[in-house]
Design a protein around this ligand. Structure first.
Ligand SMILES: Cc1ncc(COP(=O)(O)O)c(C=O)c1O
Length: 433
């Protein structure tokens, strides 16, 4: 039987060596994505930069790779900021996001000297401005706006629509007041505006429409108030399919080039700026999933097979705690048996997680070898993004280990968190002894 090879490593050997469930990330795919960004975006368009959206997947190892590839880092909490700090990531290349930043997080951003704070509202701006005065620290900010577009994706993944909890609407006094406050604040320096329309988007139209709307704002600020905009940040959201392209023996889906989005946005920006006689602001993009999504797979042990009338359940040793996306967003995934990739006798099955939830189904419908048995290794593809970073401890299942693979070698990036580890910090209160 032939085995799934990932990053040059035999997945069955990986499962044996590190145990299951196991997150496996191919470093070569991540670096290839970064090179594509370099060749088709950064080199093609002047005054551009990229901040990897760490919420997709952030570990010390990943932060090091992003640093080596010359990218910036978008963090969204004190915890992600700490990872950047511990990984030695240059703070000037870090931007802090968040729609409900705490004073502690804002203080940390100021003290560490992050490159940008992406301000999400007036109240945050007031606090930031007061803290910057108190600490006598200058801070560069961008204001997040909601461009009012509604891309075709899962409703929980749309972020730039009117009424979103993120950002300020382009029209209206909230944004005007925020700009006024920013330009009159002593230590806060308004560099420009940020939008992020949503995630898992496969056509550039909504990004382009947002660019056009934001340039109208830039134009208005310039002409009516003499306020220049140096930078625009177009967020991320570029989609990836369910099957990796180019995995040996696997029929993948074509990779969506980043230039599909960046060329469309940059052309629209150039056009709009020329038409309005504006100089083109510098541009930042923030891809997350597009960089890491297809690099990751998750290996599980098959524990049970239950053949009912009309459905066969393959029960595995993980589920919604290591991948909450199917139950949160009905996100589709694909899988193979890593120890039987050439078995052509297939049957339709559902892959069930082991949690005490009817909704813990990792994959509703997949064709797997009908010879499937307890102890086989299931590999679920494209779990690089929003799996490790969204993992929970539901049913106290522990957390899978994380290994990186490259040219056949593997190295551990996060040790398994055992059931014992999960007890750390818990006590039996005196009163209950
Ligand atoms: C502000 C911001 N930027 C970038 C991203 C990355 O999105 P994606 O992983 O879809 O590229 C997100 C995702 O939620 C986001 O909220």
């Amino acid at each position: 039987m032939s085995h799934l090879i990932w990053g040059g490593a035999d997945c069955v050997d990986l499962a044996r060596a590190y145990g299951t469930p196991l997150y496996v990330v191919d470093e070569t795919i991540i670096r290839a994505r970064c090179r594509e960004i370099q060749n088709t975006f950064l080199s093609r368009w002047s005054a551009t930069s990229v901040c990897y959206a760490g919420k997709a997947f952030l570990t010390l190892a990943m932060a090091r790779i992003m640093e080596q590839e010359g990218l910036g880092l978008d963090v969204v909490s004190g915890g992600e900021l700490l990872v950047a700090q511990k990984a030695g990531f240059p703070m000037s290349r870090v931007e802090l996001h968040g729609n409900a930043k705490s004073e502690r997080e804002l203080r940390a951003a100021l003290s560490l000297g992050v490159g940008r704070v992406i301000v999400d509202g007036i109240m945050e701006l007031e606090v930031l401005s007061a803290l910057a005065d108190e600490l006598e620290k200058d801070v560069n900010i961008m204001i997040r706006v909601s461009p009012g577009v509604n891309p075709h994706t899962h409703s929980h993944l749309v972020t730039g629509h009117l009424g979103s909890k993120f950002g300020l609407p382009l029209e209206g006094e909230l944004l005007r007041n925020a700009v006024c406050l920013a330009v009159t604040s002593k230590h806060v320096h308004l560099k420009g505006f940020h939008f992020h329309v949503g995630s898992q988007i496969f056509e550039p139209d909504f990004h382009v429409e947002s660019v056009r709307r934001v340039v109208a704002l830039v134009d208005k600020l310039q002409k009516e108030y003499g306020i220049a905009t140096d930078e625009l940040n177009f967020g991320g959201g570029f989609g990836v399919g369910q099957m990796p392209d180019g995995a040996p023996g696997i029929k993948g889906e074509p990779h969506v080039p980043v230039a599909l989005f960046t060329d469309a946005m940059m052309s629209a920006l150039t056009q709009e700026c020329e038409a309005r006689a504006l100089s083109r602001p510098a541009v930042v993009i923030e891809p997350g999933r597009w960089i890491i999504g297809t690099a990751g797979i998750t290996l599980y042990n098959v524990e049970t097979i239950k053949r009912l009338d009309g459905v066969t359940y393959i029960g595995v040793d993980g589920g919604m705690p290591d991948n909450p996306r199917p139950s949160l967003y009905s996100a589709p995934y694909r899988a193979v048996l890593a120890n039987k990739t050439d078995d052509a006798q297939l049957e339709n099955v559902s892959i069930a997680g082991k949690c005490c939830e009817t909704g813990d189904i990792l994959i509703q419908s997949e064709l797997l070898p009908s010879s499937v048995k307890r102890g086989d290794i299931l590999a679920v593809f494209n779990t690089g993004a929003y799996n490790f970073s969204m993992a929970t401890n539901y049913n106290r299942l522990g957390r899978p280990a994380l290994v990186f693979v490259k040219d056949g070698a593997s190295y551990i990036a996060a040790y398994r968190r055992t059931e014992e580890d999960l007890l750390q910090g818990e006590v039996v209160p005196e009163i209950l002894r």
